[in-house]
Design a protein around this ligand. Structure first.
Ligand SMILES: NC(=O)c1ccc[n+]([C@@H]2O[C@H](COP(=O)([O-])OP(=O)(O)OC[C@H]3O[C@@H](n4cnc5c(N)ncnc54)[C@H](OP(=O)(O)O)[C@@H]3O)[C@@H](O)[C@H]2O)c1
Length: 330
């Protein structure tokens, strides 16, 4: 019997992860943890507990039978990862922040010594994007990858994800045109610091990789571009402005809840689409947990340990998502 602890397990991504785990692993015990579980709506089929990743002894206080930790919070990830891997506890992380993932990668020898597995780049982007990229680079080694996310401006994004997006504004310059499946069509995508662009050249045969973002609403995408200008981005990061902006973003729902991720090389585009990006991220993460018994000890990115088309096909079936075009598994 496995016991999975989802840290941030009642947040936007975490509650979908935890719910999907209760369905995919019906014999597992699923625990959801965070600093203030009493303030959150309970996640059916899970047990909530209090855990603050800022506490250096957080993992000492966790129940002793936990064998897998899924990190859906974005504070002290590397310290929690180390504490898990030193104890032989498997660790998965949905973070899209390259510095966070780069701080966990060096724990590979620790994981090998204790027999634990860490899987990074789990979720939608990174995650699904890594698998689409690997599908293409398996066929076109040395490809230059353009990875584009279209997010619904009316979708529910958790506070941590919105904070991450604000942090990324203005950090990278450049834009390109990406073709998304209907109903979105051709869109201008603005470069954004998703972690997969940094990791894919070393984990796949890609020559280069660039990641970008647009929103389903064209006017809001224009605002995103304006907000990326260094002076505006600096202004938006001021704590008082940031508080107001986060509240406004939480309240404003000007578009739909659809998402699309495309990965393109010079002459091929593959895509994954659906509704509710937090649900897609959570479902992909729970599906990655089910693969753990097949994996060797060590620290890996999802694209290094999972066969892309089998995994994406299963994810599409579970979540009513769509893989475009439907590539053959050969
Ligand atoms: N890979 C992907 O495709 C993808 C997609 C979306 C989001 N993400 C990432 O997923 C993460 C979560 O995003 P979200 O939208 O789910 O955010 P969210 O709704 O704000 O959820 C964050 C959760 O973490 C908990 N938390 C915060 N600080 C904590 C701490 N110090 N100790 C323990 N728990 C803590 C929060 O509960 P309390 O406040 O009660 O502690 C909450 O349950 C972010 O890092 C985001 O960038 C990745």
């Amino acid at each position: 019997m496995t016991t999975v602890l989802v840290i941030g397990g009642y947040g936007a991504v975490g509650r979908h992860t935890a719910t999907a785990l209760t369905r995919l692993l019906p014999d597992a015990t699923v625990l959801t943890a965070g600093r203030r579980p009493e303030r959150a709506a309970p996640v059916a089929g899970t047990v909530a507990l209090r855990l603050d990743t800022a506490d250096p002894d957080a993992m000492d206080a966790a129940p002793p039978d936990v064998d897998t930790v899924v990190m859906c919070a974005s504070h002290e990830n590397a310290r929690i990862a180390r504490a898990c891997l030193e104890r032989g506890i498997h660790y998965l992380d949905v973070s899209a922040s390259h510095p966070v993932l780069a701080a966990i990668e060096p724990l590979d020898p620790t994981a090998r010594r204790t027999g634990a597995t860490a899987v990074l780049s789990v979720g939608l982007m990174p995650g699904v994007s890594n698998l689409l990229a690997r599908h293409l680079t398996d066929r076109h080694p040395g490809a230059d990858l353009r990875i584009s996310a279209l997010l619904g401006s009316g979708d529910r994004h958790g506070p941590a994800a919105l904070e991450w997006t604000l942090d990324g504004l203005g950090s990278l310059r450049g834009s390109w045109t990406a073709d998304f499946p209907a109903p979105y069509g051709r869109r201008t995508v603005h470069r954004f610091p998703f972690s997969d662009q940094y990791t894919l050249p070393s984990t796949t045969g890609a020559a280069t990789a660039a990641t970008g973002l647009c929103l389903d609403s064209r006017p809001v995408t224009h605002l995103l571009r304006a907000a990326g200008r260094p002076a505006v981005a600096r202004f938006l990061r001021r704590p008082d402005v940031r508080r107001l902006l986060l509240a406004a973003l939480d309240a404003a729902h000007v578009g739909g809840d659809g998402f699309a991720v495309t990965v393109q090389t010079e002459d091929t585009t593959v895509a994954f689409t659906g509704r509710d990006q937090s649900r897609a991220t959570g479902l992909a993460t729970a599906l990655a947990v089910t693969r753990l018994p097949l994996l060797n000890p060590g620290v890996f990115h999802l694209d290094q340990v999972v066969e892309p088309i089998g995994f994406l096909g299963e994810l599409a079936t579970h979540g009513s998502f769509t893989l475009h075009p439907l590539p053959s598994a050969s």
